[in-house]
Design a protein around this ligand. Structure first.
Ligand code: WT7
Length: 635
């Protein structure tokens, strides 16, 4: 029996038991047999959740790109590594072989080196889903620079905040991007952001839309001519297993986005191992994850996990609705995709358009379907199962987080019997616990509580960049000796987990993690606004949408409400991005508050979701009368 590839349900239980009874020897064997190291570790694991400090494979040396690229050159050199499908269906797809990807990464690494980037430097990558994005990520890893990819849908303010937080020296961007029928002026956004980023020394610009853009002398350079000149070998910089690989920002319930820091060795082992098993990837398969590399899903399951396994991974530049809502199925058919991994919000958006567009295409290549990013509701699950998978492709509902680096709770397809809306069982090595509000673990089945993880796993984030205290406070302080996920979950009669959603002020909109605080900050910048509170409410496509309760300084001022609404959404777009726009805005004379002045979002959440039968006792509020006013005017 190979512990690396689990093929049936009993095997899952056997391997799972090994992995929790003896985690060190278990992970040691996986790491030793399936990866290329330059030097072996001294310790498999050292950990302390109090500090918190987590070290996997300490003392080992490696370069993750030797695992993603070099080691495949002899056996899979001519196999497609990245299959690029452009936004425009009439533009030919590009098949980049492992050899070609290796050359492109080495050349890019030489360019970074020549531009003065070295081990430990931070490089911000703000690129659309074009091959240069994956190449730039790997080139950073090859020279030991820490990449920080910022999703190219974020605004200039969001970009500059992230650049400054990690002190990036360089930005890699494109002139612009295609998204469906639109083009986006990415370089303009970068220029705007860099007005506030004195630490950025150079900007490399990939050409994608051939727009006429301004290049700042001494700072900006076109990427392609530099690559054309670059040497095609770059010997990988040897890194320690616990050296940083990347920083990726995720929203918190308060304050600045958190720069989650992932380190090389453990992240590599866990993402590769989960990829192999959760998607049951076989050598000839074509795998497609529709996420953007700007999110953790793309880092782990478009780039690192698949490439470590020598897989063919599709990179799609466009959107599911262009040129029509059949685009995903057209791509599945065209490239004979075997594993398809997407988000519930996409499934719901496609389901709205019926099944005609599915029937036009041959989806018989599909073997495994994945879902990630938010709970998948029953209706969407069945639509996906019936129409896309034709009831023969298991759905893997994968629960995990930016912080966890890799998939944590998931079925293993063809092994774990699936159950709609349940992420089912912990993956190998993962020890979940449900906790009650008094900090006690809730044992047994048919219970619900706050989802924690009791024991370290290799790909967990090691810290928040520049703020270890916040890392400790956010994840290791709510419950003693546990990692707290921020999610609630229930465990059914057979021990399957169902994630019930966030228990903090993070709202998942279309699978994107949004903190309420930065959105409220943006709203409060409007000079007519006194105060605001954002809550999520159920939305049939996005999962949740945002509802803003806003009080204006001049309460009597009602004439201009529509303008104020528009201006508020514009401010949000400018500060964060269009993702965070409010679907509903209700002006109110006050916000319900506790006597200590804390806004009662719980009440607002219920009102916004039309669940007002059970508001609880509001009489102890500072201003109980506003609750009635808000209910009378609710949209
Ligand atoms: C939050 C993490 C992991 C990549 C995408 C999101 C929610 C994620 C599921 C799922 C129910 C899910 C959780 C989690 N979530 N996957 N399968 N079922 N909820 O990463 O932006 O860090 O968000 O997304 O609430 O905490 P992220």
């Amino acid at each position: 029996m190979s512990n690396y590839h689990i093929k049936h349900f009993e095997e899952y239980f056997q391997v799972y038991r090994k992995s929790v009874n003896n985690p060190e020897s278990f992970w040691e064997e996986i790491a030793e047999e399936h990866f290329v190291w330059r030097k072996k570790w001294n310790n498999v694991l050292r950990w302390d959740f109090q500090k918190p400090e987590i070290k996997w494979f300490e003392g080992a040396q490696l370069n993750i790109t030797e695992n993603c690229l070099d080691r495949h050159l002899h056996t899979r050199g001519d196999k497609t590594a990245i299959l690029f499908e452009p936004n425009d269906p009439n533009e030919p797809a590009e098949h980049i072989t492992y050899k070609q990807l290796y050359d492109r990464v080495c050349k890019f690494a030489n360019v970074l080196h020549d531009k003065g980037i070295s081990k430990g430097d931070r490089v911000c990558i703000y690129l659309p889903m074009i091959p240069e994005l994956a190449v730039a990520v790997l080139a950073c890893a090859r020279i030991g620079a820490i990449h920080s990819v910022v999703f190219a849908g974020f605004s200039s303010t969001a970009l500059s905040t992230r650049i400054n937080d990690c002190d990036a020296k360089m930005v890699i961007c494109a002139d612009g991007s295609y998204r469906g029928s639109k083009t986006i002026d990415l370089k303009g956004i970068v220029d705007e952001a860099l007005k506030d980023c004195p630490g950025v020394e150079s900007v490399l610009v990939a050409k994608r839309i051939n727009s006429d853009i301004a290049m700042k002398e001494g700072r900006d350079e076109w990427l392609q001519p530099l690559l054309d000149e670059a040497y095609r070998e770059y010997s990988a910089v040897i890194m320690d297993a616990e050296d940083p690989l990347f920083i990726l920002y995720t929203s918190g319930s308060t304050g600045m986005p958190k720069g989650m820091l992932h380190t090389i060795g453990g992240y590599m082992v866990y993402t590769a191992y989960t990829f192999k098993n959760v998607f049951q990837y076989k050598e000839e398969d074509v795998y497609w994850c529709t996420a953007d590399i700007g999110w953790i899903t793309g880092h782990s399951y478009i780039v690192y996990g698949p490439l470590c396994n020598g897989a063919t991974t599709v990179m799609f530049e466009g959107v599911p609705s262009y040129p029509d809502f059949g685009r995903f199925w057209e791509i599945v058919d065209k490239h004979k995709v075997n594993q398809f991994y997407t988000a519930p919000t996409a499934i719901r958006a496609l389901a709205k358009h019926g099944t005609e567009l599915i029937e036009k295409y041959d989806l018989s290549s599909l073997k495994v379907l994945g879902s990630v990013g938010e709970p998948i509701n029953e209706e969407a699950w069945h639509w996906y199962n019936d129409n896309v998978g034709k009831k023969k492709s298991p759905i893997v509902d994968t629960w995990w987080q930016t912080e966890t680096g890799g998939i944590m709770i998931t079925p293993i397809p063809f092994s774990t019997p699936t159950k709609p809306t349940y992420a089912t069982l912990p993956f190998i090595g993962i020890q979940p616990a449900l906790m009650d509000e008094n900090g006690q673990e809730i044992k047994g089945n048919q219970v619900d509580g706050r989802l924690c993880i009791k024991f370290p796993w290799p790909s967990m984030a090691r810290t928040i960049w520049g703020n270890h205290q916040r890392y400790k406070d956010t994840y290791f302080s709510a419950f003693e000796n546990m990692y707290f996920t921020g999610d609630g979950a229930l465990r059914d009669e057979v021990g399957y987990y169902r994630i019930t959603g966030r228990v903090d002020d993070v709202i998942i909109v279309s699978g994107h993690n949004l903190g309420t605080a930065p959105i409220e900050d943006a709203i409060n910048e409007h000079n007519a606004v006194a105060e605001s509170a954002i809550v999520g409410f159920p939305h049939d496509v996005k999962g949740n949408a945002l509802y803003g309760f806003i009080t204006l300084k001049d309460v009597g001022e009602t004439r201009q409400h529509d303008n104020v609404r528009k201006e508020i959404n514009q401010l949000i777009t400018d500060r964060i991005g269009p993702i965070a726009k409010l679907d509903k805005i209700q002006f109110t004379s006050g916000l319900p508050k506790t006597r200590s002045g804390k806004i009662m979002r719980r009440i607002l959440r219920k009102i916004a979701s039309h669940e007002t039968e059970n508001l609880g006792d509001t009489s102890t509020l500072l201003n109980p009368e506003v609750v009635q006013e808000i209910m009378d005017n609710v949209k």
